[in-house]
Design a protein around this ligand. Sequence first.
Ligand code: VG1
Ligand code: CO
Length: 541
Amino acid sequence: MTRHATQPIDGQKPGTSGLRKKTRVFMQPNYLENFVQSTVDAIGGLRGKTLVLGGDGRYFGREAASTILKMAAANGAARVIVGQGALLSTPAASNLIRQRQADGGIILSASHNPGGPDEDFGVKYNSANGGPAPESITSAIHKRTQEISEYHLLDAADPDLDSLGETPLGEMTVEVVDPVSAYADLMEMIFDFNALRDVFKSGFRMRMDSMCAITGPYAVEIFENRLGAPAGTVTHGTPLPDFGGMHPDPNPTWAHELMDEMMGEDAPDFGAASDGDGDRNMILGAGTYVSPSDSFAVLAANAHLVPGYKDGLKGVARSMPTSAAADRVAEALGLDCYETPTGWKFFGNLMDAGRVSLCGEESFGTGSDHVREKDGLWAVLMWLNILAARKMSVAEIMADHFARYGRNYYSRHDYEALPTEQAEAMLGDLRSRLGELKGTQVEGLTVESSDEFSYTDPVDGSVAEGQGFRILFEGGSRVVLRLSGTGTEGATLRVYLERYAPGPDGLDHDPQEALSPIIRATEALVGIRERTGREKPDVIT
Ligand code: VG1
Ligand code: CO
């Protein structure tokens, strides 16, 4: 018997990046099974297909992988390639899907959200191009969850996820692979590993904080084993089911240990951190924090120094809330620059069509067309390679970049776990006033325009509406507001603040100070403090 009767479960709607819920929600009877079967149904079944499967090692990942393997077998899949121990970083999964020409993949992660029985879990389907399924598929999955009546699951013992090699599961083959080697090989093809070895030989000091999440084994293999960085360069390098209690979100708030070290005396030359599933990165120099939007712009400006991009870039793309720093680089280099909604799934078509090579988001996400996900360790290697080629410190590279292109002062303020109704009412009210804001003078600023962002994909013509509110001020400053689509508790309001300083003066202010008129204008126009009663944001990046 492989058929099991079930009933629709409410709320199985994928967000910015797959379905994310409290782990205990996923552990309820039929919850995972319903969502996985709906995914299978929405993509036209699995008969004869090959899938890639793995996740970031968080609590419930192994059990979920076993269930999914038995479901894949009962649904007629030919083969599932699974990372040993059910582990795969998100970029490594994307790479395997592409390299092995699989039909798709399932990634078990809630990314930068904490893990554990009382924290978060997630499931995401990626298509044959290695990228997160586009909205057409995620909405078909959601629709299917509302009408599902049965799922298929093989009655078999849990498959062995730890021994490398092939074993049968019913008619299907389970192929357990080393999660790290193919990814590390790909990195060797893109970067100048000889030059990087020389950098470490010369005494260059780096700290890579893997935050007890998935990048630990990848970072140890790449930095310590292949590039010769001293043992201990990678900290928190063992993936743990609860991330050792860490919140694996690489930003100054949650990666505070690394922040303290990099801002302290005798700081290493270079510091980096990554998130739960390994697709995010934070970049630091001794005493220097690089804002993600600036990091993306620096990578675009210097990519030609890296062997994998020596012939130049096809174009670049950034999410709408990401600062326009990269636009200035694109303009100088004569590259097309696309502006997409938040979420990596919107970059896939542009990369597949050969329109862009590099993509970036303000949320510590950068990547290229080497895979179809953002890629944390790739970004760290980009920086290392650029540092090696330019023989400058992180601080020097930033100062040089700002002097050349001007500086887009930028910050994101997050208000977490707001009552959903309150947050929606606040933005609903803003929506109703959007048309009247033009010309409003506030805190010495004048509103130039305001709208709600919608995106028409230039490749397939699909339209995504309601992707965030934009208020633009005269002189190039702006504020963007949107609600998060990855949280599992109430609503998280994200407020993205930006102000452009052309230079040569005024390039080295504290971003919060430089942005203070915009912060005050936002309060006057939207009334966040007044309506939520929150004195300040929970997280500032
Ligand atoms: C957030 C970020 C977005 C990112 C997404 C997935 O989404 O803002 O830029 O693509 O997380 O990242 P939201 O809807 O919460 O703002 V990851 O590393 O969690 O897969
Ligand atoms: Co992530």
